[in-house]
Design a protein around this ligand. Structure first.
Ligand SMILES: Cc1ncc(COP(=O)(O)O)c(C=O)c1O
Length: 375
């Protein structure tokens, strides 16, 4: 081949350059460099994907079910989930599409709704993908800072709505704070969005990690809300990339068309595994997760300031020396402890995220290390 010795370097787009993964990547790089880290930084369950789902994945592969599926998902899975959703919220018209993980659902919902210049109200601290994806589409994030209570105030949301507001995007139970939005707030948000002609997008991926009160879905209060969900956290299937979204027919049909031109479909074997996962009893691993939450809260009480989380599998304490970033660096250096600085989830550098989906031995080591770091 005849290639020039010094070819001009390709320049990546401004859009791609705007994504910054340095915070999370730094943590992953660190994990590789430490011999025996205490890793409280990982955002996925520590229990195995259920046996029935693993079996179904093996059988599907062996049976040659390895090709594309319908864009909107395997009929067996899509129809079952749609029937469950319609029954739960009493909306016989609600429509559901299977997506490539909840991330896929998020991408499609935003692509279906956001035009350049549109505003999306988000709440910080927020899941890392929200802001870059809105900006990727030429939208603008109007950020409501929920610190220090991490509660959503519907009046503040009402005041943030402008003629350009297209959507309100929220997440409960929340990554990274673990906060669960109470039912009356979900209802107030849904009614506000409907009154003002704005789409409420509700990321309910951690729905089954709701420890102290029943979970309230945006779909319980609005027929126009778009709900994002998935199997990653509920059934420890993060690698299988199966999620879904549901909402009004016209939005879901737009998402399905967009899926045809982007992800094509969710992986077929993952969808068969997900169908089997629906019949697996997850109550034990979920109860274990609640027990670990209680253990971490009890272990850190009096040493750190934090709002007690009612869900997900995260705790979001205040950094004792003021900076979450500095604390995360000190934790690695002094204790080989990995935590995620709050700057990954927003502009404030005041907190850090702990994930308690680890073995009891790791959690005990983590608590001991955190207590030493607090003094
Ligand atoms: C709040 C939230 N939404 C969406 C996702 C993406 O999940 P998935 O693995 O299903 O794409 C995550 C993953 O951590 C998350 O925390």
């Amino acid at each position: 081949m005849n290639t020039p010795a010094n070819p001009a370097r390709p320049t990546i787009s401004r859009r791609a350059a705007a994504f910054d993964s340095s915070g999370i990547r730094r943590v992953f790089d660190l994990i590789r460099s430490l011999p025996d880290p205490i890793n409280l930084s990982i955002g996925q369950p520590d229990f195995p994907m259920p046996e029935g789902a693993r079996q179904a994945a093996c059988e599907a592969t062996q049976a040659g079910r390895n090709g594309y599926t319908a864009t909107q998902g395997l009929p067996e899975l899509r129809e079952r989930l749609e029937a469950e959703v319609r029954m739960a919220c009493g909306q016989p018209e609600r429509t559901l599409c299977i997506t490539s993980g909840t991330s896929g659902a998020l991408v499609l919902a935003l692509m279906a709704l956001i035009d350049p210049g549109d505003e999306v109200i988000i709440f910080e601290p927020a899941f890392v993908m929200y802001r870059p994806l809105v900006e990727f589409l030429g939208g603008k994030c109007v950020v409501i800072d929920t610190a220090p209570s991490f509660a959503i105030d519907p009046e503040q949301v009402a005041a943030a709505i402008s003629p350009r507001t297209k959507a309100i995007l929220f997440n409960s139970p929340n990554n990274p704070t673990g906060m669960v939005v109470p039912a009356d707030t979900v209802q107030a948000l849904a009614e506000l969005a409907d009154r003002r002609g704005v789409t409420l997008i509700s990321d309910e991926l951690y729905r089954c990690y709701c420890y102290d009160s029943p979970f309230a879905s945006a779909a319980d209060y609005s027929s126009t809300a778009v709900v994002l969900d998935g199997f990653s956290k509920s059934h420890a299937m993060t690698g299988w990339r199966v999620g879904w979204l549901h909402g009004p027919r016209e939005i879901v049909e737009a998402c399905t068309t967009l899926q045809q031109y982007t992800f094509v479909c969710a992986p077929q074997v993952g969808q068969w595994a997900a169908l089997a996962a629906l019949d697996c009893d997850m109550s034990r691993p979920l109860a274990e997760c609640q027990r670990k939450r209680d253990k971490l809260i009890a272990g850190l009480a009096g040493h750190y300031r934090f709002v007690e989380p009612g869900g997900a599998f995260y705790l979001y304490p205040e950094a004792p020396d003021g900076s979450g970033k500095a604390f995360a660096e000190r934790a690695v250096k002094e204790e080989q402890l990995l935590v995620v600085p709050g700057t990954v989830f927003g502009t404030a550098d005041t907190h850090f995220r702990l994930s308690y989906t680890v073995s009891d031995a790791m959690l005990d080591r983590g608590i001991d290390a955190l207590i030493r770091l607090a003094t």
